[in-house]
Design a protein around this ligand. Structure first.
Ligand SMILES: C[S@@+](CC[C@H](N)C(=O)[O-])C[C@H]1O[C@@H](n2cnc3c(N)ncnc32)[C@H](O)[C@@H]1O
Length: 230
């Protein structure tokens, strides 16, 4: 390569490097902005936010891995989009919807993820409309069942159960901050919780769970009885 060409190549590399650096800085600044906004909303509405910080990248990746094989994804309580981002990265070709009842968060999600259909509503209002969609849908949920007001908690869990019961290939992936099942099932005698993994690199550490009526899950030694824990 001539001196001129290698000089041009080096200049192009350094421009690319500088652009990459700027992009990383911008995304770090955006993440800090989202976390700050999240903390503000969490203080104002602790029971429906149910967390002190957005999900870590490690938790988001664990949730996205647990959705392997989905033909459709529905994220419940998408918040700042930490898990939405991982879902889009791990499953770029899977049609994805996100449900978030905080209007400002839903607006931000729409702007940041134009490929995701965002519903600014409560989960129990949206799930019945998604019942008729075919194929194995995986629900990916950050809904804070332990802190939600009792009425909203019951409506949310019943809507999820109805959605799962309708189609045995459907499942819910849900995380909790305690090692006991996220909620007690009431409708689906065939539904079972299964603990998938613990993510220590999250604040606080999180347990990833799956709820399904899948026979393989029942046979697993990890499957827990519906009323096992609180
Ligand atoms: C733990 S936070 C979000 C965590 C999210 N993974 C993140 O990193 O931002 C739970 C979210 O669920 C939303 N939420 C709570 N109850 C809901 C419901 N019934 N329907 C839809 N969204 C709900 C809250 O507004 C909040 O944004």
């Amino acid at each position: 390569m001539s001196t001129h060409h290698s000089g041009v190549a080096r200049a192009a590399e350094s421009i690319d490097g500088a652009r990459g650096e700027r992009k990383r800085e911008r995304s770090a600044t955006d993440a800090v902005g989202r976390a700050t906004a999240f903390i503000g909303i969490a203080f104002a509405r602790p029971s429906t936010i149910g967390a002190i910080l957005p999900s870590s990248r490690h938790l988001a990746d664990a949730m996205a891995r647990a959705a392997a094989g989905a033909q459709r994804l529905v994220e419940l309580g998408a918040g700042t989009g930490a898990i939405t981002e991982a879902l889009c990265r791990h499953h770029p070709d899977v049609p994805t919807s996100a449900v978030e009842m905080e209007p400002q968060m839903a607006r931000d999600l729409r702007e940041r993820f134009p490929q995701v259909q965002v519903h600014a509503a409560a989960a129990h209002e949206v799930l019945p409309d998604l019942q008729c969609r075919p194929g194995p849908t995986v629900l990916i949920s950050s809904l804070p069942f332990r802190s939600l007001p009792p009425r909203l908690r019951l409506r949310s869990s019943l809507a999820i159960e109805r959605f799962l019961i309708d189609h045995p290939a459907r499942r819910l992936v849900q995380y909790t901050y305690l090692s006991s099942v996220p909620f007690h099932t009431r409708l689906g005698a065939s539904l079972r919780w299964r603990q998938l993994e613990v993510v220590w690199r999250n604040l606080p550490p999180a347990w990833v769970w799956e709820l399904s009526s899948n026979a393989a899950a029942h046979e697993s030694g990890a499957a827990l009885a519906t009323g096992a824990a609180r």
